[in-house]
Design a protein around this ligand. Structure first.
Ligand code: APR
Length: 232
């Protein structure tokens, strides 16, 4: 089975109604990154940060997977599919994808501020973290999210996966943020690379096959292209 490695970003979930970051009206137009997505911001005003992620978590729980998520999950019938996502929602999992690596953390998890190995699950019935919510060691709980300036613990695993790709697919990311964007550089040379995005994206890899469509339509076109090229 061909191994399809898919790197997704916020645009993957746009058609599920979840805001992207850098499109017009995106999250970074509404909030200063340094206030809500850095350890310094959390130290300065933890309630603001907890409220920011509580709102995003409620929106994510209310969203449903779109045809793009569902199409990627369906691809597992004919291909080995590994998803590496920058997204913190669980829409890939809820669509049925079985191999999902979250580079930037997960909204439906929270963790201790004194012991990062203490991780707890949040649900739609219990979606919020509040000041005073403590771990079993008595320290404040925080979102299980990789903030700007923090290490990306899953990046080495992600590199290992990309190195074993037969096909690389990039969906819904502006490729602005490293080390995630740098993953394209680890793809074996000469493999097909597809990029699905309704807008232009600066990508410096040679031979990228651009599918200038949204995720739902684009994944459908990608599947047809793969089936025709991989079945030759
Ligand atoms: N289908 C596919 N792509 C879309 C759609 C859609 N319907 N709508 C928008 N896009 C594309 C945009 O054109 C853009 O290229 O999705 C991309 C979103 O880019 P960003 O908002 O920069 O999101 P992302 O690349 O995921 O950001 C990376 O930055 O702030 C951090 O941690 C955050 O994981 C995030 C990282």
């Amino acid at each position: 089975m061909k191994h399809i490695v898919v790197l997704t970003g916020a645009g993957m979930s746009a058609e599920s109604g979840i805001a992207t970051f850098r499109d017009s009206g995106g999250l970074w137009e509404q909030h200063a990154v340094e206030d809500v997505a850095t350890p310094e911001g959390f130290a300065r005003n933890p309630k603001l940060v907890l409220d920011f992620y509580n709102a995003r978590r409620r929106a994510a729980f209310a969203a449903v997977p779109n045809q793009g998520h569902i199409g990627l999950a369906d691809m597992e019938k004919d291909y080995k599919v590994s998803i590496i996502t920058q997204n913190v929602d669980d829409l890939h999992e809820r669509a049925g994808s079985t191999s999902v690596l979250h580079l930037h953390g997960e909204l439906n998890k929270m963790r201790s501020t004194v012991d990062p190995s203490l991780i707890y699950t949040l649900t739609a019935d219990n979606p919020e973290i509040h000041l005073g919510d403590k771990c079993e060691k008595g320290s404040q709980l925080r979102p299980h999210i990789v903030w700007f300036g923090e290490a990306v613990p899953m990046i080495e695993d992600a590199i290992r996966i990309v190195r074993k790709a037969d096909v690389l697919v990039v969906i819904g990311t502006s490729l602005n943020v490293y080390p995630a964007a740098g993953l394209l550089g680890y793809a074996p040379s000469g493999i097909p690379v597809y990029l699905i995005d309704p807008n232009d994206v600066k990508a410096y890899q040679p031979e990228i096959h651009f599918i200038k469509k949204g995720a739902s339509e684009g994944v459908g076109e990608l599947r047809r292209l793969l089936d025709s090229s991989c079945k030759k």
